[in-house]
Design a protein around this ligand. Structure first.
Ligand code: ATP
Ligand code: MG
Length: 230
């Protein structure tokens, strides 16, 4: 099992293609130091979300390695790997269950009070309180009863409640209006400060606090450096 102590994430010369005849990532290397933040920016289709999918081992790397605290993620149990990781995905798909179940998904056994605290931090508590059955409201198949922004805030609440040592934000506020985005960005910044974070963003302006920013183009790192430098 993976026992994350420091939370260092390292991609070493990662190559990957969903299909054997089409490379999506080419020789991608970076290290997120324990508690640090690395941001990846790049155009649509450049391979940003693919990096997150590989870290969660939804797919295996073609060549190269991904290490957490020095352990190759292929050599640890999937359960322990995913227990160490949290994600606010680009498109949140919810389970056909209640709001409370969906928020507590990464922390089964969490109390309602803990669920509510996380929802408040994600600025979604007022919305949930106005639903017909509040936290017991069913969200429908894949969360069809909710808007994209509502689902995204539930995903943020889930990540807050899970409180994993390593977090991935994949365009974590892309579905939010400017006002909600500003309110939630502070909470995300606070989360990022205290743990290892990979931020995927389309705009350089949202990643000012990153230790290093990688610019991805057609699956290759074409530029890297501090935010100010880029
Ligand atoms: P965006 O900014 O639009 O989210 P992205 O940088 O996150 O883009 P990825 O989702 O990583 O891009 O996709 C990279 C490439 O891989 C794209 O060309 C995409 O079409 C392709 N791709 C993604 N998922 C699959 C899949 N399951 N099977 C085959 N190709 C895929
Ligand atoms: Mg993406």
């Amino acid at each position: 099992d993976l026992a994350v102590s420091r939370g260092e994430v390292r991609f070493e010369h990662v190559d990957f293609g969903y299909e054997s005849n089409r490379q999506i990532l080419r020789d991608v290397s970076f290290t997120i130091s324990p508690g640090g933040t690395v941001a990846v920016v790049g155009g649509s289709g450049s391979g940003k979300s693919t990096l997150a999918r590989l870290l969660f081992r939804f797919y295996e790397v073609g060549s190269g390695r991904i290490l957490i605290d020095g352990a190759d993620i292929r050599e640890v149990s999937l359960h322990s790997l995913r227990a160490a990781l949290g994600i606010v995905p680009q498109d949140t798909i919810l389970f056909n269950d209640t709001v409370a179940y969906n928020i507590a998904y990464g922390r089964p056994g969490a109390s309602l009070a803990e669920v509510i605290d996380a929802a408040k931090a994600a600025h979604v508590h007022d919305f949930i309180s106005a639903l017909p059955n509040q936290y017991d409201t069913e969200v429908g198949e894949r969360g069809v009863m909710l808007s994209g922004g509502e689902k995204q805030r539930i995903a943020i609440a889930r990540a807050i409640l899970k409180n994993p040592p390593i977090l991935v934000f994949d365009e974590a506020t892309s579905a939010l209006d400017t006002r909600s985005e500003r309110a939630i960005q502070d909470e995300l910044d606070r989360l990022a400060k205290t743990r290892t974070t990979l931020i995927i963003a389309h705009r350089l302006s949202t990643v000012v606090d990153a230790d290093e920013v990688l610019v991805l183009e057609h699956g290759r790192v074409v530029e890297r450096g501090s935010h100010d430098h880029l």
